[in-house]
Design a protein around this ligand. Structure first.
Ligand code: NAP
Ligand code: F7E
Length: 446
């Protein structure tokens, strides 16, 4: 059926247009705890449940409303917990998928019988302008956190056109939906340190953008669209230029999580070898839960602006490997050059005997993980964020590694060292316990 996108550009038309979304909280099969708001385009909303929900919220002292794209991702999941802990009503855009893609947020309980659920999920896609328009118009969020993207740099070389469509044009679709709807929401754009590419370290807000991948080029385009809408239409739209940030919820094909998952699998006797690409690339790796606090602060400023967020420290992939294995009681020595370089066990705690022993080759290079063009070194200069946002990183590189190793050991059914879990729980992230994929916990009894 054909659906004409309504014009919401004036207040009069907004009041008189038919409501184009039917809100039906229902349960995801096998999941008791999340309210999904199902869009049914082209139906007149007889019962006008949107308005009922909005009215209910007003009665609850009008909580702040946030719309998050990318809510099922690493950052989106932490941000949701953070905003819920601040009393926000949170709406998230999720993609229809034939398998579950909500592992990172399944644990955030919203009983469908609860009269006041505060987390709502809406099907949609960043390629679908109509639904973006619907959501913004119907939800009328105070803040939009635009985190959705094809976010994998290596993959962006395989699917450059799709990456441009979602990561670059997705931002334009959202900015345009916001402008045309007339909704006065503040927008956060998830810009990236990858935009600096070949620019010398340390990189600040004034460093040049020299992107080295389709992903980075797409993010540069989105960055400039945000600035363009800010200048041209006075939109409250800000860029957070975030350096790499990791966590127990990091996607499993990003290098840090790939390493800590492989380590836990090896300790459990379930993986023999870890294949990596460029061991010498350096990144400024921080702890993700701190970074979404920076996102929130960026939107609490009186004026929209752009900020670099990172730790100010840079470490190589090899250093990450060394620290992770060393924390688990395994000393790695490196032998060979280039694609022949190998990580070999030099010494291992007796706890891992006989699974891992000196002389075992654990890490090898697979050139398929090399990138056609690589970003060799990233290191943030966060002077502006310190001064304007009062934001500081609180977790060191060594602590981050311990946190990730502990949680992956736990996930693999091994007794973790415990230092990392203690660090993550004692750093003031009271709103999260880093839950992830605990299907058995939340699906029982459904
Ligand atoms: P992530 O874990 O890869 O999450 C990406 C999110 O985008 C997921 O929720 C994904 O949904 C969603 N998404 C992908 N394609 C979509 C589409 N076509 N329509 C709607 N949603 C779509 O990424 P992250 O690490 O949380 O990062 C969040 C944002 O910050 C991204 O924009 C990323 O590029 C940017 N960023 C990340 C870092 C970092 O170090 N983490 C640094 C700088 C900037 P599914 O779950 O269904 O796949
Ligand atoms: O690679 C090298 C790789 O994929 C880090 C995204 O969140 O952060 C992320 O992008 C480095 C690169 O992250 C493997 O060549 C070596 O130099 O973990 P990554 P990324 O490309 O830095 C930025 C800020 C974002 O915005 C992105 O959305 O590690 N590396 N061996 C490897 N990388 C991977 N993935 N796999 C390897 O086997």
């Amino acid at each position: 059926m054909h659906h004409a996108v309504p014009d919401f550009s004036t207040r009069e038309t907004r009041e008189t247009k038919e409501t184009i979304e039917t809100i039906t909280p229902y349960r995801v099969a096998g999941n008791c705890k999340i309210s999904i708001v199902s869009p049914e385009i082209n139906q007149i909303d007889e019962t006008n449940k949107t308005n009922q929900i909005n009215q209910k919220n007003k009665n609850l002292e009008s909580p702040m409303k946030a719309l998050i794209t990318g809510i099922t991702g690493q950052d989106g999941s932490y941000l949701t917990e953070f905003l819920l802990s601040k009393g926000y009503e949170v709406h998230g855009l999720i993609r229809r998928s034939s398998s579950f893609n909500t592992q990172r947020i399944d644990h955030i309980y919203v009983d469908p019988h609860d009269p006041n659920p505060r987390l709502f999920l809406h099907h949609g896609d960043l390629s679908d302008s109509g639904q973006l328009m619907n959501l913004i118009y119907n939800i009328k969020p105070d803040e939009i956190y635009h985190l959705g993207a094809q976010s994998h740099v290596r993959v962006s070389f395989d699917i450059p056109e799709y990456t441009g469509d979602i990561t670059a044009l997705g931002t334009t679709r959202l900015l345009e939906a916001l402008r045309r709807s007339g909704v006065k929401a503040k927008l956060y754009q998830a810009s990236s340190s990858e935009m600096f590419g070949a620019a010398p370290s340390p990189q600040s807000e004034t460093s040049p953008f020299l992107p080295r991948s389709p992903y980075a080029a797409a993010k540069v385009y989105a960055y400039w669209m945000v600035r363009n809408y800010r200048e041209g239409y006075r939109s409250f739209a800000s860029n957070g230029i975030l350096f790499n940030h990791e966590s127990p919820r990091r996607g499993e094909t990003f290098v840090t999580r790939k390493i800590t998952r492989a380590l836990a699998n090896m300790l459990g006797g379930n993986q023999k070898r870890l294949y990596l690409g460029n061991l010498n690339a350096k990144r400024d790796w921080g702890f993700a839960p701190e970074y979404l606090e920076a996102m929130w602060r960026i939107l609490q400023q009186e004026e929209p602006d752009d900020y670099v967020i990172g730790t100010g420290e840079s470490h190589s992939v090899k250093e990450f490997v060394d620290h992770a294995f060393s924390y688990a009681g395994i000393e790695i020595t490196w032998k060979g050059q280039g694609v022949e370089e190998k990580g070999i066990v030099k010494g291992a705690s007796s706890r891992w005997d006989p699974t891992l022993k000196p002389g075992d080759v654990l890490i090898e290079i697979d050139p398929r993980y090399f990138r056609p063009t690589e970003v060799e070194s990233l290191q943030a200069d966060i002077t502006k964020a310190r001064q304007h946002l009062g934001w500081e990183p609180r977790t060191t590189f060594e602590e981050l590694v311990k946190i990730m190793v502990d949680y992956d050991m736990k996930l693999a059914g091994l007794e973790p060292g415990g230092e990392g879990i203690a660090i993550s729980l004692n750093k003031g992230f009271a709103y999260t316990n880093h839950d992830y994929s605990f299907y058995e916990k939340i699906r029982e009894g459904c």
